[in-house]
Design a protein. Structure first.
Lengths: 312, 339, 321
């Protein structure tokens, strides 16, 4: 008995003692912590609903607002709740071209989400690459990259995006590119900060001392351990990308009305805000606000749950 | 006599201190050059024979961990060479070290930090041998399970993440990871220091078993004199970057020669009944940024003389394979009574 | 003479996701003035939580649920939070493993020690500084006058720990709780501090609870020893009794597994298994699935076996060795 115990000692008392935590349990625990905030859960429900409405717009919207054949000048400026020539209620009214506002908002949300999510994802990938490279290689590479990042972060993102759109021209791709350039720096800085901490830990040293190839240390060891704070930044940056795009479109340098987003709807309706036709820009504005606030609320709760000090 | 497996030849390692702008200005005003260096390791020579376990003992700032990292190919020495079987362990300078061999593997102190928290232990163990073609893809699963069992864990633990294990179990996993590379030399840096006493005994027993079964050669770095005595054949005592005494464990523990070794032995509390009279070493460990001139130990040494303040003692033979770096052993400390 | 510190049935529980765990389970001991009690245990044994519980420093999700902590005839657990705060630092002080838990990094040593003096005793700053200087001298700090003007970061780890001990001594407390105070220090510095602490206990008649995992340290420092395992005190006695003739199989195993007393290169006697998780304790004796003497009887709660004042919580204590 005692001889067996010499090398296999730890296994003897093992099976009952070790808490076995599977990936499924981790997700379950994450969810039960997340659920602790009722506001965050409500915000998540709102986001999911908005996503369904946006990407299911052709199915749920009463009208395809950009099919010119469907529009009728007689329907222009209908008040919310009025019935138009189509024979159905325009819940949020119609605009100057006779578009159903509700439909326009759903389609606009789709554009906004597409832009926000793809700009966020691209910025994440580029930011991670830059941040990891800087943190891992250190020295001159790090100094150079981080000075560029600092310089960029000292400028307002909107200013940078404005200049870029002016150079690149209008269109969805151009806007996404401008947003990526304006936003990747946040990811790069967060990645760099987290990676600098992780780089100094023994498991990275152990991997390098094995030795393992650089790419493997970077992507199998460093990257998985810097991801959690980036998830938080990513949610917030998606919200800010949506808001930025709306701002650009509102200023008239974003998307043309043929590719409407919430921003271009607000911009379009803004002309009429003093003529009592408030619904043209107020309702897209409300949807924009709800979207941005909901994403931020969810992001905040994710941050709280992922915070190691929160762990019990 | 065959050549030793590991040859550390007059190795020094200095870490330059980054001077801040304020330092630079102050230095310019004072008319001296900015930025010093931490003298982590200075002129260390040491050999390890095949099958031998050599202990490196010292307090914080003595350079033992830096030495371990130089041998492991994590740092490149500022001066001197480290040869394994006659070939250098790593090339490079400062930041860009290129490790050339897989035959030296290291085991870190803190098993909570040395395992990637987001990688399954099976992959942690097998990724090294797989990238270096030490095992084929077909046999990697069996090999990993066999290694886990060899270090006293269950083979099916390969699918778990590190946080599901206790400190002792994690250290076993770290040992399995090192063994997977089929190393010729293990560097253990305080490998049992963070473990509880009862777990420490288990891991030390595992090490002794592995040593017997695999004929391991190891550099065993520790601050714990009783652990070192238990597992090491020869022991080097380091103080402020230099080896001050090197002898077989048996002789060193029977009769420490260097005043620092003696003082170290006297300050260690030992298990026994009744209050112990501590005879502590006076003073503090000096900073390795600005080590004292002459013998680094002279400000704390009860036997120091004028010669100790100016002349750095060399390691000289003290009989029976022991070397000591002390003027007492090399012509005396000079006139004038000790302070 | 009544004890400086008398603890009866102290119990502390923590609410975790997996349910409530008892980190300190019915702990009782007392320490007389001028004596050093070594509270020994491995990680997770509850020794540090016991220290924090004594001072009422347990935060959510934990709480002290039961017991009395009597310091010079006052039960700390019956005091209001304000009253308790006024006792801390004055009647009971704590020294932590990391001295920076006590020291404020942006204040000079003298300023913060003077502040600590004047919190409890209004007096002129000059007088408070004088008191601080004397306290630094007591713990063997050379040239205390100069140290008063230093910031914590200008001192070495050993010096900082001495300052922390000196701060704990400012009001001549009846009791000092020291939690692993020398664990982070080098042996030569630890030796210096142990020698000072021994002298302090003798000269100032302070009762000291020395919490540590290091058996060698307690055996050479403490008068009495309590061995903790899984939140319980499993053995209690004088240092001579506990180290010289342990009664609990856990203490025996712990003592045996210390290297240095066995022939080099031989297998060390070891306790199998790992320290249990408090949420997964076996029924009855928590040590029974690692214990070489365990029988079916051990599935029931172990009785307190008495050998004079030397006690062991065990069904099968070691009779003689």
């Amino acid at each position: 008995m005692s001889d067996v115990a010499t090398t296999t000692g730890e296994t003897l008392a093992e099976p009952a003692a070790a808490p076995i935590e599977t990936r499924a349990m981790r997700i379950k625990n994450f969810w039960s912590d997340f659920r602790a905030s009722k506001v965050a859960v409500a915000a998540l429900v709102v986001i999911v609903t908005l996503l369904v409405l946006a990407f299911g717009a052709p199915l749920v919207a009463p009208q395809d607002p950009y099919d010119m054949a469907m529009l009728d000048w007689l329907d222009a400026f209908l008040r919310p709740g009025e019935v138009g020539t189509g024979g159905y209620v325009h819940v949020l009214g119609t605009d100057n071209a006779g578009r159903d506002m509700l439909s326009a908002i759903f389609y606009g949300l789709r554009t906004s989400f597409t832009i926000g999510l793809s700009a966020g994802a691209l910025a994440l990938v580029i930011g991670i690459s830059v941040g990891l490279t800087a943190a891992y290689f250190g020295g001159r590479v790090e100094s150079l990259l981080m000075r560029i990042i600092d310089l960029q972060l000292s400028m307002p993102a909107i200013l940078l995006a404005l200049v870029l759109v002016a150079v690149l021209g209008q269109g969805v791709i151009q806007i996404i590119l401008a947003l990526v350039v304006a936003q990747y720096a946040y990811f790069a800085r967060t990645t760099h900060g987290a990676a600098t901490v992780e780089r100094g830990k023994d498991y990275i040293e152990a991997a390098r001392a094995t030795p393992l190839p650089t790419w493997r240390v970077l992507f199998k060891h460093l990257l998985p351990n810097v991801l959690p704070p980036l998830i938080v930044v990513a949610t917030v940056q998606v919200a800010s990308a949506i808001a930025l795009e709306a701002t650009l479109s509102f200023l008239g340098v974003g998307l043309p009305l043929t590719e409407p987003s919430l921003g271009s709807l607000i911009s379009n309706g803004f002309k009429y805000i003093h003529s009592d036709r408030y619904w043209l820009s107020i309702y897209p504005g409300i949807f924009l606000m709800i979207t941005v606030v909901a994403i931020n609320l969810v992001g905040d709760q994710v941050r709280t749950v992922l915070d190691p000090r929160h762990a019990r | 006599m065959t050549a030793p497996l590991l040859e550390i030849d007059t190795v020094s390692k200095r870490f330059p201190l980054k001077a801040t702008l304020a330092d630079k200005v102050a230095a310019r005003l004072a008319g001296r050059s900015a930025g010093g260096a931490v003298h982590a390791v200075t002129d260390v020579s040491l050999t390890v024979e095949r099958g031998e376990v050599v202990g490196v003992v010292g307090e914080s700032g003595c350079g033992k961990s830096t030495l371990g990292r130089i041998v492991s190919g994590i740092y490149a020495p500022t001066e001197g060479t480290v040869l394994l079987d006659g070939k250098p362990v790593a090339t490079g300078r400062e930041d860009h070290v290129n490790k050339l061999t897989t035959r030296v593997q290291m085991i870190h102190q803190d098993p909570f930090a040395s395992l990637n928290p987001r990688m399954k232990v099976g992959e942690t163990i097998s990724e090294g041998p797989r990238t270096h073609g030490i095992v084929s893809a077909a046999e990697v699963g069996d090999k990993t399970r066999a290694l886990l069992e060899q270090v006293g864990l269950r083979g099916d633990y390969a699918d778990r993440l590190p946080h599901q294990f206790s400190g002792g179990q994690r250290q076993r996993i770290a040992i399995a990871r090192a063994l997977a590379m089929q190393p010729d030399l293990l560097v253990l840096d305080e490998a049992v220091a963070s473990l509880d006493v009862s777990i420490q005994a288990q891991v030390l027993n595992l090490f002794l078993d592995l040593r017997r079964d695999l004929g391991l050669t190891a550099l065993f770095i520790s601050h714990d004199l009783s652990v070192v005595r238990h597992v090491c054949d020869r022991v080097a005592i380091m103080y402020l970057g230099r080896v001050v005494e090197l002898a077989s464990a048996e002789r060193l523990y029977a009769e420490p020669k260097h005043p620092y070794t003696q003082a170290l032995f006297a300050s260690v509390p030992t298990l026994g009944t009744g209050r112990q009279d501590f005879r502590p070493i006076k003073g503090e460990i000096p900073s390795p940024i600005d080590p004292p001139p002459g013998c680094a130990f002279h400000p704390r040494c009860p036997f120091a003389g004028p010669r100790c303040r100016v002349e750095i003692p060399r390691l000289t033979d003290a009989g029976a394979g022991r070397t000591v770096a002390c003027h007492l052993n090399d012509g005396g400390v000079g006139q004038e009574a000790a302070a | 003479m009544s004890a400086a510190l008398d603890i009866q049935g102290l119990t502390t529980r923590f609410d975790t996701r997996g349910g409530t765990v008892t980190a300190v389970d019915d702990v009782s001991f007392s320490v007389d003035r001028g004596r050093i009690m070594g509270l020994v245990g491995e990680s997770g044994s509850g020794k540090s939580v016991t220290g924090f519980s004594i001072l009422g420093l347990i935060d959510e999700p934990g709480r002290v649920t039961d017991g009395r902590v009597i310091v010079e005839e006052t039960d700390l657990r019956s005091l209001s939070p304000d009253h308790l705060r006024s006792m801390r630092g004055r009647k009971v002080s704590m020294v932590f493993q990391d001295p920076m838990m006590t020291l404020n990094p942006v204040l000079r040593i003298g300023d913060q020690m003077a502040m600590a003096v004047r919190v409890h005793e209004p007096m002129s700053k000059a007088k408070a500084l004088e008191r601080a200087r004397d306290a630094l001298g007591t713990v063997g700090i050379p040239s205390p006058e100069e140290r008063l003007a230093a910031y914590p970061h200008q001192l070495s780890g050993g010096m900082r720990q001495r300052v922390a001990i000196a701060t704990a001594l400012l009001h001549r407390p009846a009791v000092i709780i020291a939690d692993e105070p020398t664990t982070a220090l080098d042996v030569s510095i630890q030796g210096q501090i142990l020698a000072e602490v021994r002298r302090l206990a003798d000269e100032t008649h302070t009762a000291i609870v020395w919490i540590t995992h290091d058996l060698a340290v307690v055996s050479s420092l403490a008068d009495d020893i309590c061995v903790m395992y899984a939140g319980k005190i499993v053995e209690r006695g004088t240092a001579e009794e506990v180290i010289g003739q342990p009664r609990h199989p856990y203490t025996r195993g712990l003592l045996d597994s210390v290297p240095g007393q066995h022939a080099p290169g031989t297998h060390l006697p070891q306790i199998p298994g790992s320290t249990p998780q408090l949420s997964h304790l076996p029924s009855g004796c928590p040590f029974r699935n690692r214990c070489p003497r365990a029988t079916q009887l051990c599935a029931s709660a172990p009785p307190l076996a008495r050998f004079g004042d030397h006690t062991a919580l065990c069904h099968h204590p070691l009779e003689t060795t």
